[in-house]
Design a protein around this ligand. Structure first.
Ligand SMILES: *Cc1c(COP(=O)(O)O)cnc(C)c1O
Length: 235
């Protein structure tokens, strides 16, 4: 059984420092960046250790895994982030389980979530729209070409509240490539907010490999797994 408590005692200060350095480099407050601890591939002990370390924003990439951990930690005050692709037929479960869905990647899914939230009658569901800022065919997300129109159309749906945008940068150490992906997302968000001021200002970008650069480019939420918990098991 890996010692998640001991591990976090080592890793969390480093992650916080990377966020603080990125923020300081561009004159931002580190507190303007929310750290979402991604527990995917790790047992519920990882989530519990994160909570005990003061991390209340936890992320999972699959609805089932999120539901399982949320059931064990019910009442503990976790804000659950669903960060992976959501199949249309799981839309209702995603709505019920997650506090924020980062990965709304098509108009079709946005529509399903909107209808689901209206039917459930809990008011609009908080979502981020995922954009494929790199054009990689393996990545999901709204394509960057024509994104403005599609994102604005999604934001019109009455059952969802678009709090901002999310992207995944390519897996590379090339800083200019990473910056370009993050800058595109930021500019896209600025553009759509100038058309529709009801859209929120969240930018979910930055993972273990690129979180400092993401913060320098304006990230308000970094989604960090490996740097905190080590390599998880593949689902
Ligand atoms: C796994 C995952 C993360 C965390 O990635 P790390 O490199 O382990 O920090 C962030 N975002 C998404 C969408 C993920 O699937």
């Amino acid at each position: 059984m890996p010692g998640y408590r001991e591990r976090l005692a080592r890793t969390l200060p480093r992650v916080k420092e990377a966020i603080a350095e990125g923020a300081a480099a561009v004159g931002r407050e580190a507190s303007s960046v929310r750290l979402v601890a991604v527990t995917k591939g790790h047992p519920v002990e990882a989530a519990r250790a994160a909570l005990d370390a003061g991390l209340t924003d936890l992320g999972e990439n699959r609805v089932e895994a999120l539901e399982e951990k949320a059931a064990v930690l019910a009442g503990a005050g976790v804000r659950w982030h669903l960060i992976g692709h959501v199949q249309g037929r799981k839309a209702a479960r995603a709505l019920a389980a997650a506090d924020l869905i980062h990965s709304v990647d098509t108009l079709r899914l946005a529509g399903r979530l909107s209808r689901g939230a209206e039917e459930a009658g809990h008011g609009p569901a908080a979502v981020l729209l995922q954009v494929n800022t790199t054009g990689e065919s393996t990545k999901s997300g709204f394509p960057i070409e024509g994104a403005t129109e599609a994102l604005l159309e999604a934001a019109e749906l009455r059952g969802i509240r678009v709090e901002g945008l999310m992207t995944m940068a390519p897996l590379t150490d090339a800083e200019t490539v990473l910056r370009e992906a993050f800058r595109r997302l930021r500019e896209l968000l600025n553009g759509i907010r100038s058309h529709d001021p009801d859209i929120g200002g969240e930018l979910s970008m930055g993972m273990t490999n690129d979180l400092r650069i993401a913060v320098e480019e304006g990230s308000t939420m970094v989604r960090v797994g490996t740097a905190l918990f080590g390599e998880g098991e593949m689902p």
